[in-house]
Design a binder for this molecule. Structure first.
Ligand SMILES: *[C@@H]1O[C@H](CO)[C@@H](O)[C@H](O)[C@H]1NC(C)=O
Ligand SMILES: *[C@@H]1O[C@H](CO)[C@@H](O)[C@H](O)[C@H]1NC(C)=O
Ligand SMILES: *[C@@H]1O[C@H](CO)[C@@H](O)[C@H](O)[C@H]1NC(C)=O
Length: 523
């Protein structure tokens, strides 16, 4: 964890304690569930409104029919009809009083109750920052997995076909996002998909949402202009916006003007983009390089404990030394860990931290155990067991390790490439030395995405339940910072990712000479 990030997170925890609403649609499945619930509620309300409206329509239709009936009978014999006082009296009475009352009835708002309900619910709907977090998440998935807008719109992500798709309006929102970032090529692709998904029959519905084909056409023309293709811009204006040549001339001038002032400084360079080399490893097409000198075996030597309970060990890299152990924690232990960390993670959400960038919103972190963790026998035993596992697997002294950090990655959650060592003099490094080694416990299997990637090693470690990943951040001999340990997390596509991280400090190893290059042996 980078110090900056840590400061951010402390800030978030502080801010959160001040706010009442704690809703995170990105990382909390129960909150995401809320979205469905509130939508269902609103749909029910809309249907009740439709029924009320229908009742009124039925009444009005019956009224119109009834009022017309005598006139139909009178047709062709009007004089005779009006000669009869039993006809002219009702007609006069009716004209005198009925239309007046009908006016009142027509003007009377139908379904005021439903309208009030909707108004009241508006305050519970997602906020602009929720939408931008979700947009950014899709954007990151698009970039990291190299997904084309057309494929993403029909639910195809990195070789997995999902049973879901995007609407024309969804694509337009994605286009707008790219447009703001100044990526006109991608924006124009999204706009083209948006146009292709727009059915003429949806026109009335789209107009409710103030979404028109001309909006898409205008932005597309603007993209072409920005990309220096006036010819294509003109084509779009005539085809999609139905403009005449004169109108197009005016519009082009206008667009070019806008391009010059207000627009340019809207452009910002996103600093959260994952580097291309990193993304390439995230993708399913990535081929790991053949591992020549690496072994897979049961590690039984470090401590008596391991002789009793050997774990399947997989060497992932020799330099820096990195190994993965499989099936280390039992399902029950993992469930218990989740129970312990969930309440802490829930609090880590940055609700009032409007100015904090989105990627923090998609990742919750919490140090634990902390003062709020109940000291039950099971909890204490589990913590002790994890500390023991850390020292057993690493052969290092983990007695005074940092407390653990639980991390939950939500929808599109990622971690940009970083090093775990601090390489600076802060309180922690003064007391404990720097972070010699990192131990990561994977608490669930992520169906799609969420792998830990070491770009400089061309290495991808998928998130698999029960796996423990261990590596040295400092070079074994010289204790120099090992820059090759740079790592990050690919955006989570499906589900969430849960890990527990632990760092082993330099000074704690004073009296241990770790001999961590094991003898070779095959599986
Ligand atoms: C443009 O004109 C065509 C043909 O008259 C019509 O079908 C289409 O809906 C119009 N498009 C817009 C954006 O007005
Ligand atoms: C550690 O920090 C120093 C001083 O800021 C810098 O020169 C050096 O490159 C850093 N080392 C690593 C491995 O990041
Ligand atoms: C077992 O793992 C520990 C830590 O990685 C290491 O020190 C020890 O040498 C390993 N033993 C074998 C046989 O791999």
């Amino acid at each position: 964890m980078l110090p900056l990030r840590r400061v951010l997170i402390i800030l978030i925890i502080f801010k959160t304690s001040l706010s009442h609403l704690e809703i995170n649609y990105m990382t909390l499945p129960t909150h995401k569930q809320k979205l469905l619930e509130i939508d269902l509620e609103l749909i029910g309300n809309l249907e009740r409104f439709v029924n009320k409206l229908q009742e009124k329509i039925d009444t009005l239709q019956r009224l119109a029919d009834e009022i017309r009936q005598p006139l139909i009978e009178a047709e062709g014999r009007e004089e005779e009809y009006l000669g009869n006082p039993l006809n002219s009296f009702p007609l006069l009475r009716h004209l005198y009083s009925d239309w007046d009352l009908l006016e009142e009835f027509i003007a009377n708002q139908v379904g005021q109750e439903q309208i009030d309900f909707l108004k009241e619910k508006l305050s519970e709907l997602p906020l602009p920052k929720d939408l931008s977090a979700a947009t950014e998440a899709i954007y990151r998935i698009e970039l990291a997995y190299g997904v084309k807008p057309f494929d993403l719109a029909k639910g195809l992500i990195d070789g997995v076909q999902y049973d879901a798709k995007l609407s024309s309006l969804d694509c337009y929102v994605m286009a707008t996002h790219h447009f703001r970032l100044g990526d006109y090529a991608k924006a124009s692709q999204w706009l083209t998909v948006a146009l292709s998904l727009m059915n003429p029959s949806d026109m009335k519905i789209n107009s409710v949402f103030k979404y028109q084909r001309t909006d898409v056409g205008l932005m597309l023309a603007r993209c072409f202009l920005e990309m220096g293709s006036e010819r294509e811009a003109r084509y779009v204006l005539s085809k999609e916006v139905n403009m005449t040549t004169e109108e197009i001339d005016v519009k082009i001038k206008q667009l070019q003007l806008v391009g010059d002032d207000s627009y340019q400084h809207q452009k910002y360079v996103p600093d959260h983009l994952l580097p291309e080399g990193f993304n390439a490893i995230c993708q399913s097409s990535h081929k790991p390089k053949p591992t020549k000198h690496l072994y897979c075996r049961y590690n039984t030597t470090t401590t008596p404990f391991l002789r009793l309970a050997p774990f399947r060990m997989e060497e992932l890299s020799l330099n820096p030394y990195m190994v993965a152990y499989h099936n280390v924690l039992s399902d029950e232990e993992i469930r218990q860990l989740n129970r312990m960390s969930a309440p802490l993670l829930k609090k880590a959400f940055p609700v009032s931290a409007v100015d904090i960038d989105y990627d923090v919103r998609t990742v919750d972190t919490a140090w634990f155990p902390n003062s709020e963790t109940p000291h039950t026998k099971e909890n204490d035993r589990l913590i002790k067991r994890i500390v023991n596992i850390v020292s057993d697997l690493t052969g290092l002294n983990a007695d005074v390790a940092d407390s653990f950090q639980a991390v939950r990655y939500g929808f599109g959650g990622h971690y940009s490439p970083h090093h775990d060592y601090f390489n600076e003099s802060i309180h922690q490094t003064a007391v404990n030395g720097d972070r010699l080694a990192t131990v990561l416990f994977y608490l669930n299997t992520v169906k799609h995405g969420g792998a830990t990637v070491f770009p400089l090693l061309n290495l991808k470690v998928p998130a698999e339940k029960g796996k423990v990943l261990f590596w040295y951040n400092l070079d074994g001999e010289s204790l120099d910072f090992d820059e090759n340990t740079e790592h990050g997390v690919c955006p989570v596509v499906d589900g969430i990712k849960l890990v527990l991280a632990s760092w082993i400090n330099e000074w704690d190893q004073m009296f241990i000479k770790p001999n961590y290059r094991p003898r070779k042996q095959s599986c």
